[in-house]
Write a new protein. Sequence first.
Length: 121
Amino acid sequence: MWEIDACRLPFNCRKDQDLTRELCLGARETPVDGMPISYKDIFEKCWGDNPSYRYAEISDILEVLDNIEQTPIYSEESKDKSPGSPNQMDIETIITSPSNVEPDTIKGIELFTSFPDFLII
C-alpha cells in the first residue's frame, strides 16, 4: 500500500541484512505528504509490532478502503489530522524539474501512464 501511494519502493530499494535488523527493531517507512490519513492509518496498523492489533483478514482492510474519504490529508509540516487538499507540488515538480525527482517515482509514473485508457478506472 505504501508503495502505491509513494510511487517508489520502500527504504530506497534497500535489500540488506541491516535493513532486516532495522525492521525487526521497528523501523518503518514514513507517511508521504498528501496521503489520506485513513490510508496512513491502515498501513501503520498492518505494520504494527503486536500482531493482535493488526487486521485479522484482508476483508477488514478492503472494508476500510471502501469507506475512505479523500478530505483528510497527512502533511509532514503539520503532522496533525486536519483536513487539507492533496499535495499538487509533486506533480508540478515532476513536470517542471524532472531532474529533482527520484528515478523510482518516474518509473512508477511511466508504468501508470503506459496503461491503456480502458484499464484506468
